[in-house]
Ligand binder design. Sequence first.
Ligand SMILES: Cc1cc2nc3c(=O)[nH]c(=O)nc-3n(C[C@H](O)[C@H](O)[C@H](O)COP(=O)(O)O)c2cc1C
Length: 227
Amino acid sequence: MRALLPIALAALLSAGGCAAKEEEKTTAEPPAPAFKELPEPSREGGLSLHEAIAGRRSTRTYGSRKLTGVEVGQLLWAGQGITSPRGFRTAPSAGALYPMFLYYADDVALWRYEPLRHGLVKVVDGDVRAEIATAGLEQAPLKRAPGIIIVVAKPAISAIKYRGRAERYCTIEAGHIGQNILLTAEVLGLGACPVGAFHDAELLDVLELGDDYLPLYLIPVGEAFEP
Ligand SMILES: Cc1cc2nc3c(=O)[nH]c(=O)nc-3n(C[C@H](O)[C@H](O)[C@H](O)COP(=O)(O)O)c2cc1C
């Protein structure tokens, strides 16, 4: 019995040690993963298209609630999700070349949406929303939103086929993507606002992109909130 005592004591202590470690684990901020899979998007239900079109309004005030993974996934999928085994996407693209990229900024990180894996790749660790708001002329919706979607083009991809018309086509594609996202926000009961006023170079810096990319839209989004 006496021989067993140290073993029991050691077991108790080590259990205590584990508990302390557990506490450490739960109190410390867990590092955001480099890749975050998003929940499968819904392909049915919700408001009718007519109702979403009729109800959509640019909303510039939001509640502080963070968007859920389901909401983020549904919004980004609406913008650039893959909807065909041949790789076609939710929004039309000239020549199906898909020169458009979506980013999402929240309190944790700046993420790039990856349509193929329907997930988020971490680009910048940490909250860059204030920097985006600064690039966006300190507009209130950008400062207040729990999430900001950024629509960016790489015109060289479209230029392979469309040469001088590539930028025009990218701008048109940003419109399709933006509208899909805005209507989806309406279906989800969220508020969103398309924002076109920002400094390109400053925004590209935040996104860690070169000037071969063209930022076209910022879409702050959050729980619709009437002050
Ligand atoms: C290309 C474009 C750029 C816009 N830029 C901004 C902007 O920088 N800031 C803003 O608050 N709203 C912006 N808006 C939203 C418009 O102000 C809004 O669409 C307009 O007032 C009509 O209201 P509605 O969207 O509720 O129908 C933009 C809209 C478009 C289409």
